[in-house]
Design a protein around this ligand. Structure first.
Ligand SMILES: C[S@@+](CC[C@H](N)C(=O)[O-])C[C@H]1O[C@@H](n2cnc3c(N)ncnc32)[C@H](O)[C@@H]1O
Length: 192
């Protein structure tokens, strides 16, 4: 049971619901790069069901899996290889990515961050839940063991803090690692 069963508490929430910071970001338009089956957009919709989305991936099978979902708001699908410059996509309030950008070279990661910055509306942000480089070989082995011990030769892992620096160089007003566990990190860049 939550405080929302108290009518006064519920009314207080309803009176301020439109001034919750960043809420509008999530409720307008989201771009998911390297979307897979749309898992992250689906997660975002649990909180912001009105958010329209663009799902981008280079895998037709992944985009088909995303199309098979039932979405609560309009969703567009873009087949594109992120190793190439982004096509015209429009502008966005939030750009999300999960475990996809680490397949790109470091040079391309930096270019992509600059391109993503250019797609953001004022106040927008990029959230990259990423597979990042370990701080040392011991941590890498520990992480690999937890995942079954198999190296993925496609990985081009970069340290989370390097990526924060690249976001800043790309024109983001602020950037940070807001969560990290071994080789998984949530890297966020904010515009003003
Ligand atoms: C590990 S899956 C993650 C999928 C999803 N984002 C998630 O969080 O579950 C990586 C995804 O990145 C996509 N991907 C990898 N390299 C890509 C590239 N160069 N261009 C576009 N998509 C790419 C793959 O097709 C795949 O859907």
């Amino acid at each position: 049971m939550t405080e929302y069963r108290d009518p006064a508490y519920a009314c207080a929430y309803l009176a301020m619901q439109d001034v919750i910071p960043q809420r509008d970001v999530g409720e307008r338009l989201l771009l998911d790069v390297g979307c897979g089956d749309g898992r992250l957009l689906a997660l975002a919709h649990t909180r912001f069901p009105g958010a329209e989305g663009v799902l981008l991936d280079h895998s037709a099978a992944m985009l088909d899996a995303a199309r098979a979902r039932t979405w609560p708001a309009p969703v567009d699908y873009v087949a594109h290889d992120l190793s190439q410059p982004l096509p015209p996509l429009g502008t966005f309030d939030a750009i999300i990515s999960g475990f996809a950008i680490h397949y790109l070279s470091d040079l391309r990661k930096r270019e992509l961050y600059t391109e993503l910055r250019g797609l953001l509306n004022p106040g927008g942000l990029v959230l990259n839940l990423e597979h990042v480089a370990s701080v040392d070989a011991h941590e890498h082995t520990r992480f690999l063991d937890l995942l079954g011990g198999k190296e993925d030769p496609s990985n081009q892992l970069a340290p989370a803090w390097d990526q924060v620096a690249w976001l800043r160089e790309s024109g983001f007003a602020r950037a940070d690692v807001v969560w990290k566990w071994l080789e998984l990190a949530l890297i966020v860049g904010w515009t003003d």
